[in-house]
Design a protein. Sequence first.
Length: 108
Amino acid sequence: MKTQFAQNRAARWMAHVQQWRESGLGKTRYCRENGLALSTFRYWITKSRPSSGGESAAIPALVALPFTFASKAPSIGLMVSNRYAMDIPADFDEATLARLLSVLESRC
């Protein structure tokens, strides 16, 4: 059971942690401006974090994921007036290609 003194001390430090988070200042500057010991302040920042239920904090790690290269479907390369290059898939829509070529021919 915490004594009244310990509860007051914890409340005071938690208030400082909250004010620091809202201030946008760095830890060192906040401590300097408020006459606080940086090491003690860091301790209370750690105490203010939610408890993980006794479990240690997760450690970030790289995880290898399976990767397969997608095979490229056959396509047709088309150069219009040495200005426009297109890679047209084998299953292209003829009407769309005709409209596109019409637009490009009008600009060349």
